[in-house]
Design a protein around this ligand. Structure first.
Ligand SMILES: O=C(O)CCC(=O)C(=O)O
Ligand SMILES: [Fe+2]
Length: 229
């Protein structure tokens, strides 16, 4: 991966998200989408409207993850640890995250979080994903990834990636992003520090997907902590 990680870290500190173009080849995007229809490889399918999560469907992978996905999860994680730890420090929180993904997953297992969380999401026309945070237990990592497997504007229209940031005593600010096919977006899972006049305060972040107007939209989500169920 030929990434300028210091520049990514600066963006994450400044905005709480960073977009990295052309991380996945077209062929890999296509094979991940094709794999969605396969009967094996996944531990759970969620029909979003049944839980009022939105309209669409997603599938959690089971362990062992597909090799490319395992590699990305393992290789990106250590670059995000310094950012996550700096956030905890300026917010005066005791949590510190270990240097390797293995060590984080060991902490997860100690809290009964054994299940893989990476997932593929699929939305058709009218599909959407309500604003949420992907917390699956007591152990959480405050940053996660989403890979865009479909081309905005041609494979689908609408379906923007939406982040909201809520600061104390204010309404929510919306950030709307439309990355390209193959891009990777790093974003805040639950909260991040924002600098105010009296030091840093906690801004709560949520994410979701606006309504898809036309076509089909697939994404691959990579959450670093594992889930209880
Ligand atoms: O489909 C999207 O862009 C959002 C996916 C999502 O919620 C996630 O990866 O956690
Ligand atoms: Fe999510």
């Amino acid at each position: 991966m030929n990434t300028d990680w210091p520049a990514v870290a600066r963006q994450l500190h400044e905005k709480g998200y960073a977009s990295l173009p052309h991380l996945l080849s077209d062929a890999l995007c296509e094979s991940l989408k094709q794999g969605y229809a396969a009967p094996h490889g996944y531990r759970k399918t969620v029909v979003m409207e049944r839980h009022r999560f939105g309209l669409g469907e997603y599938k959690y992978f089971h362990y062992p993850l597909p090799a490319a996905l395992q590699t990305v999860r393992e290789e990106v994680y250590p670059h995000l640890v310094p950012v996550a730890n700096a956030w905890m420090e300026v917010l005066h929180l005791p949590d510190r995250f270990p240097a390797s993904l293995d060590a984080l997953l060991e902490q997860c297992r100690a809290h009964d979080q054994h299940k893989a969380t990476p997932l593929i999401l699929k939305y058709g026309a009218g599909g959407f994903n309500t604003l949420h945070q992907d917390l699956y237990g007591e152990v959480y990592f405050p940053l996660q990834l989403v890979f865009f497997l479909s081309a905005a504007g041609s494979d689908y229209t609408g379906g923007e990636f939406v982040l909201t940031q809520q600061t104390p005593r204010a309404q929510s600010k919306a950030i709307v992003l439309t990355p390209d096919k193959g891009d990777m977006l790093i974003f805040t899972t639950n909260f991040r520090p924002v600098k105010g006049s009296k030091g840093y305060y906690r801004a709560s972040m949520r994410h979701g997907v606006s309504e898809v107007h036309r076509g089909e939209r697939y994404t691959l989500g990579v959450i670093f902590h594992d889930a209880v169920s």
